[in-house]
Design a protein around this ligand. Structure first.
Ligand code: GLN
Length: 490
């Protein structure tokens, strides 16, 4: 096994026991990136100087710094090589958000999550590809070309955090950060066969995340195990003076994902919403999900039929609320303040031509939709109505969590699809989000866990199981996910 294939937990133990150095760990990742990235296009920028950071970390290890870090018996992020979605700012590095309008933009400060990871001693390998401004489900909306699915290079990795999910799945890093506004961590994690967590809205600071839809955006981990995801989540979560929506949560309960065993599931009540098994769900995906539910039941979990009656309205409400916020957030890309500029003969033409030339078609579509739904004559019939639906969706979850510990279902309605298959049909693309957007509207945490694979024309493609928890229950959710992981992976 190469070092780049290790989990964070294994790598941290190996570093602690001095089986290998941070330099060797980082070199194995950089070698893998050099070999594979030209095929996969998971990274937009590769930090060759990660090797220097690794050397510094090794010097610190030599001076016994690490033994302090490990004193509580938990794995640490010290010396762990990570990939970062390219809509999260790292000071002095380019940050494109997958858009031509930010092609030459250099971040002036660190996002709060980056500052926290630096404090933990993590090492960054580079910035990963995404749909432009995180709008999409396939990374095909990136201005720099799509990422390929590591399981089948003719298929999409999902999106918008497709670069991060592909990098984790192809061992081009140990774990990664993504962002999730309506499914962008969970759906690519499902398509690539890795674990992705969308935290509770407010659990992680959004300071330094390039905004898409501010009432829905959250940063979260993408990793190879629930335990690794827990490690990363606990490192980045918490209150932040730079983001008034970020709050302290769940601090005492430091990640016992590993201690979760088979028996742990005996006490768990699992809600299965009847609205999840619909005609849009691919029968092959349904089989894998149902078999996972059966295994959970055999392990002692109690399956309870529930209803989320407003689930059918979540997607239309999301596609009004998200574009409305997008149209406001993206007004700052005007060709004047930063990024791409077309210097025209008038101020108006400078605005218009800069935006026309440097924003992609999906971004323009959302800006137009959002401008329309916020406009004076239509605000009440669209935006306000969608906000009311949002409240009802949230109430559905609140009622459900009075009865159950978790809600389980598919992450996505189908398997990773072929590159190009849906690119000319935005509505087909939006339907990919059918299981994920309600969670962002409600603000609850949810993760996608690999549930098995399906054979499709000679290749095995991963299926994701979505596990949803109540507000600020990430550590319990991850613990349950850790136990489910054990029964699903033989
Ligand atoms: N696919 C959804 C969209 O395009 C969600 C994207 C995201 O979570 N960033 O809006």
């Amino acid at each position: 096994m190469r070092l780049n294939e290790l989990t964070i937990k294994q790598a941290s133990a190996g570093l602690h026991q001095k089986e290998f150095s941070v330099t060797e760990l980082v070199e194995d990742c950089l070698d893998a990136i050099k070999r594979e990235n030209k095929n996969l296009h998971a990274y937009l920028d590769i930090f060759e100087d990660a090797a220097d950071a690794a050397q510094k970390a090794d010097e610190m290890l030599g001076s016994k710094y690490q033994s302090v870090e490990m004193s509580n018996g938990l794995p640490s992020l010290f010396g762990i090589p990570l990939a970062i979605k390219d809509n999260i700012l790292i000071e002095g590095r380019r940050c494109t958000a997958g858009s031509k309008i930010l092609e030459n933009y250099t971040a002036a400060y660190d996002a709060t999550v980056i500052r926290k990871l630096k404090n933990h001693g993590a090492i960054f390998l580079g910035k990963t590809n995404l749909d432009e401004f995180a709008m999409g489900v396939s990374t095909e909306n990136s201005a720099f070309g799509p990422t390929k699915n590591p399981h089948d290079h003719t298929r999409v990795p999902g999106g918008s955090s497709g670069g991060s999910a592909a990098a984790v799945a192809a061992n081009l890093c140990l774990a990664a950060l993504g962002s999730d506004t309506g499914g962008s961590i969970r759906q690519p994690s499902a398509f690539c066969g890795v674990v992705g967590l969308k935290p509770t809205y407010g659990a992680v600071s959004r300071h330094g995340l390039i905004a898409m839809a501010s009432s829905l955006d959250q940063i979260g981990p993408i990793a190879r195990s629930a335990e690794d995801a827990a490690l990363l989540f606990n490192a980045i979560k918490g209150k932040d003076a730079f983001d008034a929506t970020a709050v302290a949560s769940d601090n005492s309960n430091q990640l016992p994902a590993a201690s979760a065993n088979y028996n742990f599931l005996k006490k768990i009540k699992v809600g299965v919403p009847k609205e999840y098994f619909i005609k849009e769900l691919d029968i092959k995906v349904e089989k894998v999900v149902r078999s996972a539910l059966e295994k959970m039941e055999q392990a002692g979990a109690e399956l309870i039929d529930i209803s989320l009656p407003n689930m059918p309205y979540a997607l239309p409400a999301y596609y009004i609320i998200a574009p409305s916020e997008i149209s406001a957030n993206l007004a700052r890309y005007d060709g004047i303040r930063y990024g791409y500029r077309h210097q025209a003969d008038s101020l108006y033409n400078t605005y218009a031509l800069s935006r026309q030339e440097a924003l992609g078609p999906e971004v323009k579509r959302r800006i137009m939709l959002g401008t329309y739904t916020l406009s004076a004559g239509y605000y009440e019939s669209y935006y306000l109505k969608a906000q009311k639906v949002r409240h009802l969706v949230r109430e559905d979850f609140r009622r459900a969590f009075d009865k159950v510990d978790i809600i389980v279902g598919p992450t996505a309605p189908g398997l990773a699809f072929k590159i190009g298959a849906k690119i000319n049909d935005p509505v087909q693309m939006y339907l990919e989000d059918i299981y994920t957007v309600a969670i962002n509207l409600a603000g609850v945490p949810a993760l996608s866990l690999p549930a098995g694979t399906v054979e499709e024309k000679g290749v095995r493609l991963p299926v994701g199981l979505q596990i949803i928890g109540t507000w600020f229950s990430e550590n319990k959710l991850l613990k349950i996910a850790g136990a489910i992981e054990k029964i699903l992976t033989p």
